[in-house]
Design a protein around this ligand. Structure first.
Ligand SMILES: Cc1ncc(COP(=O)(O)O)c(C=O)c1O
Length: 448
């Protein structure tokens, strides 16, 4: 039986259409603070509405495959926690986070060469909250944040919410290009623009899937140290490498110049919402105060649950299980791309993490192609959502973390068919589909 087709515009109109939401039904549309104008739904959010149907192969979302966790064990662990330590687990905790968990976090970070004391760790509601707190304590409207181009859409949303101006640093398949970083810092300093920090995801980057090589790590550290630019190293995927030992973190070689953000979302489960920031003392103090003003304290319950998991379960083995599973899916995606994509399409080859970054031929626009792709039952994230300056029109993020290998192959087959048709359109009419008809907002340069 042929599945029923639908149009993306039809689907979005049944959900919340971000572009029209405010003006049609929001009586307070002219009362918001200026910073709220930067808060627009990302491409990913709008996509989830359409791509969550079972017949769509979603290469869009970055959801960890929690099905691979022994859920019975988690259930027992949580039940045991309430029975044995319920009065602590269900009570308020400290703003900095559970001291024992902070010790355990230091053990985890040691795998990436980081020597740190629990006193410098702040437990946060996922690393997303750490990003929010860092931005809150450093950014005044108009301040400059440097970030890879492309960069993590959730970080760009946070920077936009605090009215930062994001300046992208060029990267290639070895990560940030040091010369580009140095030149950009020099140009901004010469223009008198205050740079508050460099935000980077050096290992298995989201969305590009690339990793900053060892030689460049030292160069990036040196450039930032010389210029007095703080580095925010966001590393949720660092332990999910497919070959060899984990990469040495930037923080391992400059404890005073780097704030390191970590997370249990990808190595355990995002539902616990446990992440952390490791920061130099003075910054740590500010983070704790910001944390208290945001949420008083993190959930004691989930912190103790994660602590219990680390203390009693073979968590390194679990990470190995995740790595094997994601490696198989990465291989399925790369093999299918090689076998099926038109020759003009190129893509990165991640050595870990969740994402491949693909580039379409000249004249094609990934955002314009998306409705056609979804009608063909495959979804991806268009590249423009990963930039603050409107770049990325020819790019798309393909994630392999969630669908099973067969589904990945089928998704690529469908996507390749759509791209082939777009290339034919371009060759006939000089351009592929025109863009802008799905009503999804992206952070633009004047919002960041
Ligand atoms: C690069 C990056 N940073 C931070 C996060 C936020 O993760 P969490 O808040 O679940 O720790 C994500 C989630 O996908 C991410 O990809």
């Amino acid at each position: 039986m042929t599945p029923r087709r639908w149009t993306v515009t039809e689907e979005l109109d049944h959900g919340q259409t971000p572009a029209t939401q405010g003006s049609r039904i929001d009586a307070y549309v002219d009362r918001y603070a200026a910073r709220a104008t930067g808060m627009v739904a990302s491409e990913i959010r709008a996509l989830f509405a359409v791509a969550s149907r079972p017949e769509v192969v979603s290469l869009a979302g970055g959801m960890p495959y929690v099905t691979a966790l022994p859920l019975d064990m988690v259930g027992e662990l949580v039940s045991d926690l309430v029975t044995r330590r319920g009065t602590v687990a269900l009570q308020y905790g400290s703003g900095q986070g559970d001291p024992h968990l902070r010790e355990q976090i230091c053990d985890v970070m040691r795998l990436e060469g980081i020597q740190a004391g629990a006193n410098d760790v702040v437990v946060t509601v996922g690393s997303q909250q750490a990003l929010d707190l860092i931005t809150r304590i450093f950014i005044d409207p108009g301040d400059v944040v440097l970030a890879e181009g492309p960069s993590y859409v959730g970080a760009l949303g946070t920077f936009a919410a605090y009215q930062a101006k994001v300046v992208h640093i060029a990267m290639d398949d070895q990560g940030i290009i040091p010369e580009s970083l140095a030149q950009t810092i020099y140009a901004l300093e010469t223009a008198g623009a205050p740079i508050k920090f460099l935000y980077t995801i050096p290992t298995f980057q989201n969305p590009a899937g690339v990793t900053l090589n060892m030689a460049r790590r030292q160069q990036v550290l040196d450039i930032c140290q010389r210029a007095g630019v703080l580095i925010i190293e966001d590393n949720p995927y660092g332990l999910l490498g497919f070959d060899g030992e984990p990469m040495r973190a930037l923080r391992a070689d400059n404890p005073d110049g780097v704030v390191y953000l970590g997370s249990f979302s990808k190595t355990l489960a995002p539902g616990f919402r446990v992440g952390w920031a490791l920061a130099p003392h003075a910054i740590r103090d500010k983070l704790v105060l910001a944390m208290e003003s945001a949420v008083l304290s993190h959930s004691s319950f989930t912190q103790l649950a994660v602590g219990q998991y680390l203390a009693t379960q073979p968590w390194r083995e679990q990470i190995k299980t995740f790595k094997e599973l994601y490696r198989e899916r990465r291989d399925a995606l790369l093999d299918a791309l090689s076998a099926l994509m038109p020759p003009e399409v190129s893509w990165t080859r991640p050595a870990g993490g969740f994402f491949v970054w693909a580039t379409l031929p000249e004249g094609l626009d990934s955002k314009a192609i998306l409705p056609r792709a979804v009608a063909e039952r495959v979804a991806f994230v268009p590249g423009t959502g990963f930039f603050s300056d409107g770049s990325g029109a020819r790019q798309m993020r393909l994630s392999y973390c969630f669908p099973e290998p067969d589904r990945i192959r089928e998704g690529v087959r469908r996507l390749a068919g759509v791209i082939e048709q777009e290339i034919q359109l371009r060759d006939t009419f000089g351009t592929g589909s025109t863009r802008g008809h799905i009503g999804v907002d992206t952070p633009g340069p004047d919002l960041a």
